[in-house]
Design a protein around this ligand. Sequence first.
Ligand SMILES: NC(=O)c1ccc[n+]([C@@H]2O[C@H](COP(=O)([O-])OP(=O)(O)OC[C@H]3O[C@@H](n4cnc5c(N)ncnc54)[C@H](O)[C@@H]3O)[C@@H](O)[C@H]2O)c1
Ligand SMILES: [Zn+2]
Ligand SMILES: [Zn+2]
Length: 405
Amino acid sequence: MAGNKAVAYKGPGEVEVIDTDYPEFELKDGPGVNPANVGRKVPHGAILRTVATNICGSDQHMVRGRTTAPAGLVLGHEITGEVVEVGPDVEFIEPGDIVSVPFNIACGRCRNCKEGKTGICLNVNPDRPGSAYGYVDMGGWVGGQAEYVLVPYADWNLLKFPDRDQALEKILDLTMLSDIFPTGFHGAYTAGVRPGSTVYIAGAGPVGIAAAVGAQLLGAAAVLVGDLNPDRLARVRELGCEPVDVSKGDPRDQIEHILGVPEVECGVDAVGFEARGHGADASHEAPATVLNSLMDVTAAGGALGIPGLYVTGDPGGVDEAAKTGSLSIRLGLGWAKSLSFATGQCPVMQYNVRLMQAILHDKVQIAKAVNATPIPLEDAPRGYAEFDQGAANKYVLDPNGYIKA
Ligand SMILES: NC(=O)c1ccc[n+]([C@@H]2O[C@H](COP(=O)([O-])OP(=O)(O)OC[C@H]3O[C@@H](n4cnc5c(N)ncnc54)[C@H](O)[C@@H]3O)[C@@H](O)[C@H]2O)c1
Ligand SMILES: [Zn+2]
Ligand SMILES: [Zn+2]
């Protein structure tokens, strides 16, 4: 039987490419696998040879030691692959298909899945609703930063690309469908962006940039994107959006300078719990900064799309409250302004088909926008390190040489 190589979390600041087992149609015990999921049979699954698998800011929370992820956990929730084997219960997906894997693992059979809420499937993670590949507290489904990966409920989860050659040609764009393109779009959509909207997006990482591209697709009149990283702010300008340098002070003043009013209609948090403060406070972490600032700058009656991740346990939290995910949020202000909030995992399946069409019909250049940068699987430690240092790139691992070919 073929072997497998994968990227594993070793400890804070460290990942390693390890030799591991080729997947079987059963979830085996291993680092981070929920005991109640060990031995779970997966006749509805497919085994993929990975075509592209991206490094994400969500991985960085684990790799920075900011979660309870155990050493040895195989990483990778952003997966595009070629189907090599299917289980006996798979009816429509076939070997040879090139497919995008939504990062949310969903059963397609529970109440939430039936309502399209695939980010909170009730049946795949014994601990709580919601699951993902290669992620702490998500049930233990093995990550796809690997040569091969098992995908459960394949007929339901997989998005098959219509044409193999076209898919491989546009692979650097299509690989963003597994997470950040739908996630950024969801941030803009749930913030209420529509033609003519004004939008402030906090964070110019790949998710923030994808939210900006999403806001442009939705017809926003002005898209402002805040960060404190000069390289990432430069990308914002290249996209035709307005950069807001939060190291220079509160976004409110810069928003007023750009728009003539200190408010936007729609706010997006593409930062999450590792947020820095603004102005003089930008040198340190202040986890409630973005949420409080968005409540401040979003006009009354508006909405906040919050793809930025917030955790229930953070060993590196700035204080005791933050260690359990309790933040000092000025909810009174949000209430007084009748703001609404959309949190949680992006339900990728609600968006990936249409965003695929937008890519295939050249309506959008998401790979260029996020500076998609393919690297071999063996270079994953370098990719993680550079991304952690704030490189304005989205690293795409190429474990089987599909991308170079
Ligand atoms: N909800 C979902 O389904 C989902 C999916 C993918 C990623 N995420 C989350 O989205 C967030 C962004 O992901 P990413 O890959 O772009 O991460 P990233 O770490 O590359 O980007 C975050 C950016 O925020 C900037 N930042 C820090 N403090 C800021 C502040 N106060 N104001 C403005 N910018 C600030 C950082 O400099 C950085 O450039 C992460 O929390 C990630 O876990 C959520
Ligand atoms: Zn991701
Ligand atoms: Zn379900």
